[in-house]
Design a protein around this ligand. Structure first.
Ligand code: ATP
Length: 756
């Protein structure tokens, strides 16, 4: 039986393949002579072994014996001499304070280098970086006209350990090694601390991270599922028991299963999320809930990872379960399908209503319900939602309602101020009030709940507005067209009618990603998709990332969370420096979650460190593109970054086209990558389309005061709607800034956006 310990050193492909062959043979029979499982003389741990992977490489293992079997804990593969040294100097032991096994090293290690501290690098011109000026050739001098600007204020990190801890306590109560405890107390910057956490055994690192951020030890231990443990008479048996349970931080039990072994080896290098879940993530993967459950968490905290694992877990738990995994768009759904396949190819990905997991965009679900409905069902539902059953929906969907509402206003001639006739206001009112309340006539609209809508309306305004909505519906009926929210509301109605007749619903468990962006009709559909009860709805959301529509309150749709709501705080994507910047973008604004409680970011943290975000103030978009090109060139030439791992984000499609073209034509880039094809080798996309994605290096461009918030959208809107739009625009910048894994560059021309 084989157990793999988490390791960070990367091996090249051929060595990885040899490691797999070696460990697979070991899984089958540890007595095969070719394995050369050798005990160590003068080893710190009598159980240490090395094994022959090939001529140059040796695996380091610990052999644990139980009455029935031998177990091997594999800790890595190293060149021959280094492997011997590691095997002699390491020990596998139980950390009795935390109740987890650990691999410990017993000799002086070179201290890891600390990455730079949190903050922002202020770049006043491209020539300010010596690396850049050496590498860019003559073109740079012609563009050295960028202007200086203000430095963004970032929240200061303070190490909260020294306030309430001394070394002895950290060792005896928090389970830290003496040396780690000492260094942690001395850490002055977040990146110093992160570097210690990265080198520490997994559980110690997780505890240290929380304590240094001021959390309570008992609470942390509870959350991480850690508890003190006494050493049994037979320590090997005890280690085997713990290591073969699924949830030991830093270890993965692959037993004698070759596929699990292969997956685990692969995921050590990339996609560690496939095997190494944070204990809290694992809790939410496996947790059974008595009703709808809401998992919130900042960008990059692994909400999607939890959903993917949970989908698999639910099908393993009961192979006859019909799981629906859904999200805001079909593109995001396609990414979820891919991730689920990557996690486990054996999980059946199926059509809606079948046993297995159906991964679909929420509007795809709506479309399918409508197209599968009988003509009679459809007519009843259309009548209930639109007030008349004649609309066959065969004329297609209206994705942008702007023109339709403008046309309806022209024909209805309502006696209302301009701002109440703004297409965005009308669209939101139609979705959140008319459709959400099933309004089909003026009388219904006059008494419909407008809870959550900012702008107040008196009765006469409602009367006038209804004229517009009635005209809107009439015009759509002529063409047999419907909007996506209308179709979702119709789909919900079809399912509600089926449930009332006692018919089977298409799902047993529903998992929802990017839930903050769903609108009222989506929620009605989700509620109707599954019978209320155990594990019915599992909702992942981040209110700070709401970039579409209006905030909804779930209880309005019969989705009562009450006490079933938790938050992930540890960011796996973004470095501490980028996270500090992104969280700074949100500061000064108030956000509410889906239960109307206020959202905050104070507990978000990251264990990764990297360079400070670079802010570039330019004179024109051409200068911004030039600055971007210089960074891209440096990443590709000096840091070997794959162009596909670089993302450039802008606010509007218009600017996207300009930036794409200028990057394609950039002298700085043309000799280092092929920018000639299509949109070019570097992905340039709108901030909206960047949702759910991530890039090793990201450049957010055009963050000027006119672009964010988008001045062209604010004009003529009622004040309350403007407030909400500003919040969404801020969130949009937050979404864009949190796409960067390692390095973030932000550029603008003229005056910076207030969010910078
Ligand atoms: N336990 C883990 N170990 C290693 N990496 C992880 C873990 N959990 C998540 N990640 C990585 O962190 C990144 C963010 O994860 P994920 O997309 O699930 O976060 P999210 O909360 O859904 O983010 P967003 O809200 O921005 O969409 C991904 O690269 C993912 O692989």
């Amino acid at each position: 039986m084989v157990i793999l310990a988490s390791r960070k050193n990367k091996l090249d492909g051929s060595v990885e393949r040899a490691v797999f062959k070696f460990l697979h043979k070991l899984q089958l029979d540890d007595t095969v002579p070719g394995l050369h499982i050798e005990p160590m003389v003068k080893a710190r741990d009598r159980r240490a072994r090395t094994g022959r992977v090939n001529d140059q490489w040796r695996a380091v293992l610990f052999k644990l014996e139980s009455k029935q079997d031998s177990h091997y804990v594999y800790i890595g593969t190293f060149p021959h001499d280094e492997a011997i040294r590691i095997a002699r100097t390491h020990e596998l032991k139980m950390n009795t304070v935390l109740g987890v096994p650990e691999v410990q090293q017993y000799h002086d290690r070179p201290q890891s280098k600390n990455a730079p501290g949190a903050g922002v690098t202020w770049q006043v011109s491209q020539t300010s970086s010596p690396q850049e000026s050496e590498n860019q050739g003559p073109d740079i001098a012609a563009h050295s006209t960028l202007l200086p600007g203000k430095l963004a204020e970032l929240p200061e990190w303070t190490n909260q350990l020294p306030e309430s801890w001394v070394i002895g306590d950290l060792v005896s109560r928090a389970g830290l090694d003496h040396d780690l405890a000492r260094k942690a107390l001395e850490a002055n910057t977040e990146s110093e601390l992160n570097s210690l956490i990265n080198d520490a055994p997994e559980a110690q690192g997780l505890v240290l991270l929380e304590l240094a951020n001021g959390r309570d030890l008992d609470e942390v231990m509870r959350e991480l599922g850690l508890a003190a443990m006494h050493i049994d008479v037979n320590e090997d048996e005890q280690l085997i028991r713990t290591l073969t349970s699924s949830s030991t931080p830093g270890f993965v039990f692959v037993g004698d299963n070759p596929q699990e072994l292969k997956d685990a080896i692969e995921s050590m290098n990339i996609d560690r999320w496939r095997v190494f879940l944070h204990p809290e993530q694992r809790t939410y993967v496996e947790k059974s809930t008595s009703g709808p459950f809401r998992l919130s968490g900042g960008a990059g905290t692994g909400k999607t990872v939890v959903l993917i694992h949970r989908a698999r877990h639910l099908t393993h738990e009961n192979s006859r379960t019909r799981v629906v995994l859904t999200t805001f768009t079909r593109e995001l759904a396609a990414a979820l399908q891919q991730q689920l396949r990557k996690l486990d190819k054996s999980v059946p990905q199926v059509e809606l209503g079948q046993t297995g997991v159906s991964v679909l965009g929420i509007d795809q679900i709506a479309a399918q319900m409508v197209s599968d409905a009988s003509p009679a069902e459809l007519r009843v539902a259309v009548t209930a939602v639109l007030g008349a059953g004649e609309n066959s929906l065969a004329g297609g969907r209206i994705s942008d309602t702007r023109e339709q509402f403008e046309g309806a206003v022209d024909l209805a001639c309502p006696d209302l101020p301009e701002e109440l006739l703004h297409p965005s206001f009308l669209n939101q009112e139609y979705i959140s009030v008319v459709l959400a309340n099933g309004v089909v006539d003026e009388a219904g609209y006059s008494i419909a709940s407008r809870r959550g809508r900012g702008t107040a309306l008196n009765q006469s305004s409602r009367k006038e507005l209804w004229k517009v909505f009635a005209q809107f519906r009439k015009a759509n009926l002529l063409e047999n067209k419907a909007t996506y929210p209308e179709v979702a509301a119709i789909a919900a109605k079809i399912l509600q009618e089926r449930a009332a007749r006692g018919e089977k619903l298409p799902a047993d468990r529903v998992l929802v990603d990017e839930a903050q962006d769903l609108h009222a009709s989506h929620w009605a559909l989700l509620r109707a998709l599954v019978k209320p009860g155990t594990d019915d709805l599992f909702i992942a959301e981040d209110s700070h990332q709401r970039i579409y529509g209006e905030k909804v309150t779930l209880s309005r749709f019969g989705i009562n969370i009450v006490g079933r709501s938790r938050r992930l705080r540890l960011n796996y994507r973004t470095t501490a420096e980028n996270l500090a910047f992104a969280v700074g973008v949100l500061s000064g604004a108030e956000y509410d979650d889906m239960e109307d409680a206020s959202e905050d970011t104070s507990e978000y943290r990251s264990v990764r460190s990297g360079p400070k975000p670079t802010l570039v103030q330019a004179e024109s978009i051409a200068d911004e593109v030039h600055a971007a090109a210089i960074h891209i060139r440096r990443w590709i030439d000096e840091e070997n970054v794959d162009p596909k791992a670089i993302g450039v984000m802008v606010r509007s499609n218009k600017v996207r086209k300009v930036v794409s073209r200028e990057l394609r034509e950039s002298d700085v880039l043309n000799s280092c990558i092929d920018m000639s094809s299509g949109r070019g080798a570097i992905d340039v996309l709108t901030m909206h389309n960047a949702k759910g994605m991530e890039f090793e290096r990201a450049i957010v461009m055009g963050v000027g005061s006119e672009e964010l918030p988008a001045a062209w959208m604010l004009g003529g809107m009622p004040e309350n709607e403007q407030r909400d739009l500003r919040l969404r625009e801020r969130s949009l910048f937050y979404v864009a800034a949190t796409r960067a894994r390692d390095e973030l560059v932000v550029t603008w021309s003229g005056e910076a956006s207030e969010y910078v």
